[in-house]
Design a protein around this ligand. Structure first.
Ligand SMILES: [Zn+2]
Length: 286
């Protein structure tokens, strides 16, 4: 089918205390792994790109591959732009068929951030595209983005409410103890904070930095209102491990072999995360 609205998927998931898994992809094989994994479980899925991935693969190429695969598989698939600081890049994404975008103005002060987010919301809503925003600061490393421990800041519930009211965003990424990248120790999620934010605002919450968070904590977050769960690092690691393993044979030079093996490993993680988010067979409801 054609690409669908992320918000429609997320809203319906939220009603049923489920979450839509959103996977950061990097190339043809990772897109295939996500789509094929979701299809096998009959689950809706969000495919997302960071600015770094677009630099690597090109907006046009990524969007064309995702649209082609969406046309081949009968499950709802949304295409989302993750952590984008640029209004112009978001316009290009939307022109290429993205169905939702995240505008990230975290480096700006509050008023400038609101101004940027509002301008994206106005433009995107005019063409039926939804917008994710972030308040508080999720720490860690993703792409060129690095937020150290001193700059990382938990989302303050009252600020979250004000930010949602001021900007008109559709979904909100919150900082509640997760971080981008892999964790050294076990991450401690602030569940009371999720509960409080969810009670104050009436839009779905997004869990960033879910890679390496214990399944039980992800489940609990979903039960408390997280309706989109982002997975990036946890796809990268098995891919690298498998490629290293296949290429340890010095005679191996066929990309179809090492990338094929990588795809299989990524697909397995995708399927586990979809099960964790509770959306097996959820595609039937769309
Ligand atoms: Zn993120």
């Amino acid at each position: 089918m054609a690409l669908v609205s992320s918000l429609e998927l997320i809203n319906k998931a939220r009603e049923q205390k489920k979450a839509i898994a959103a996977f950061n992809i990097h190339n043809l094989e990772t897109i295939q792994a996500v789509v094929e994994g979701a299809y096998e479980l009959n689950s809706p899925v969000i495919i997302q790109t960071t600015p770094g991935t677009l630099k690597h693969a090109g907006i046009e190429s990524v969007a064309a591959i995702v649209k082609a695969l969406a046309g081949m598989y009968d499950i709802p698939i949304a295409l989302h732009m993750d952590h984008c600081p640029s209004f112009d890049t978001i316009v290009r994404c939307i022109k290429n068929g993205y169905t939702s975008v995240m505008i990230d103005g975290a480096v700006l002060d509050y008023d400038e951030n609101v101004k940027l987010v509002k301008s994206v919301v106005k433009m995107a809503h005019a063409v039926g595209v939804q917008v994710e925003g972030e308040i508080g600061r999720i720490g860690g490393v993703e792409d060129d983005m690095f937020v150290n421990d001193t700059d990382a800041a938990f989302t303050v519930p009252a600020e979250a409410k004000k930010f949602v009211d001021d900007t008109g965003i559709d979904t909100l990424a919150v900082a509640i103890g997760t971080a981008h990248g892999m964790y050294k120790g076990e991450p401690k999620l602030d569940f009371d904070r999720i509960k409080e934010i969810d009670s104050l605002i009436n839009i779905p919450l997004v869990l960033h930095g879910a890679s390496g968070v214990p399944d039980e904590s992800v489940r609990k977050s979903i039960a408390l209102g997280m309706a989109k769960v982002n997975i990036a690092t946890e796809l990268k690691n098995p891919m690298a491990v498998v490629i290293r393993e296949v290429l340890s044979n010095p005679d191996e030079n066929d990309p179809r072999n090492y990338m094929g093996a990588a795809k299989k490993a990524v697909k397995e993680v995708v399927m586990n995360k979809i099960r964790l988010c509770g959306t097996v067979d959820f595609a039937d409801e769309f």
